[in-house]
Write a protein that binds this ligand. Structure first.
Ligand SMILES: Nc1ncnc2c1ncn2[C@@H]1O[C@H](COP(=O)(O)OP(=O)(O)O)[C@@H](O)[C@H]1O
Ligand SMILES: Nc1ccn([C@H]2C[C@H](O)[C@@H](COP(=O)(O)OP(=O)(O)O)O2)c(=O)n1
Length: 236
């Protein structure tokens, strides 16, 4: 069983890089950000006001969430209904920090994330091989005991350009400006409850500003090979 933890700010490449690393090593893949997004959508759909902290926490504890861990096709569903697209809307992106800064919500999702990670040690999707989990507090709070811990960073400019291309299909000044709130303001709010802007002790920082996706994946695989030589080797 190998556990790989990846944290980083918005647009640093956590999701794409972690998925690729999990696929290459035959591991499960857990997108914890998708769980916070699903929690936000669940509150909206059940008419819970996001400013009512106690009601939000109660709703999240009762949330019927399922996370599919196949890196080739990760899924997220609420009450059996696929919500992969619904959790990526601008409405969710711009309000998710309200839910993610609720400490009772964080405790509940940490408990669920820990259970998923532990399940992969004995079976689960990977059949006991292990998991790549990514988010904001995986290296520090959810899996500080992970075999490999990586903080993926990138310059503000690179992160804005990537998110702008992804969401608006362009990275001109107007498109980048429209992305600023979703990236910079959200990171500022999220960083009040998690430490993902600087690496904690024992966490390896990879700056992807000047790397493309394949190069970033290779850099993470190199860290894994170095710190966990017994990890499953990368598939060609
Ligand atoms: N190293 C990279 N170079 C270029 N583009 C990248 C790189 N890493 C990620 N991307 C692209 O940037 C966008 C955001 O990446 P994503 O993995 O969603 O970041 P995060 O999960 O950290 O928010 C995606 O469209 C992805 O393909
Ligand atoms: N472990 C985590 C993962 C995500 N979050 C919060 C912070 C983010 O604003 C939201 C959504 O995370 P997500 O990884 O989807 O965000 P990106 O748009 O990929 O940057 O959830 C968190 O607080 N802790």
């Amino acid at each position: 069983m190998v556990t790989i933890a990846v944290d980083g700010p918005s647009g640093s490449g956590k999701s794409s890089v972690s998925r690729a690393v999990a696929a290459r090593l035959g591991l499960a893949y857990l997108d914890t950000g998708a769980m916070y997004r699903a929690a936000t959508l669940w509150c909206v759909r059940t008419d819970v006001a996001l400013d009512d902290a106690d009601a939000v926490a109660d709703a999240v504890r009762a949330m019927p969430l399922t996370s599919g861990l196949d890196p080739a096709a990760p899924t997220v569903s609420l009450d059996g209904t696929d919500v992969a697209a619904a959790i990526r809307t601008t409405e969710v992106s711009s309000t998710v920090s309200k839910v993610a800064t609720n400490l009772e919500v964080r405790a509940e999702l940490k408990r669920r994330q820990r259970a998923i990670i532990d399940d992969e040690a004995t079976g689960g999707f990977s059949g006991g091989r292990g998991i790549v989990a990514e988010g904001r507090d995986i290296t520090t709070v959810v899996a500080p005991d992970a075999d490999a811990r990586v903080l993926l960073t990138a310059s503000e400019e690179a992160r804005l350009r990537r998110r702008s291309l992804e969401v608006h299909g362009a990275a001109d000044a107007a498109a980048v400006a429209a992305t600023r709130d979703q990236v910079l303001r959200r990171d500022r709010d999220d960083s009040t409850v998690s430490q993902f802007l600087q690496a904690s002790d024992g966490v390896v920082t990879i700056d992807s500003s000047e790397l493309d996706l394949d190069q970033t994946v290779a850099a993470v695989l190199a860290v894994v090979e170095q710190v966990v030589p017994e990890a499953p080797s990368a598939r060609a």
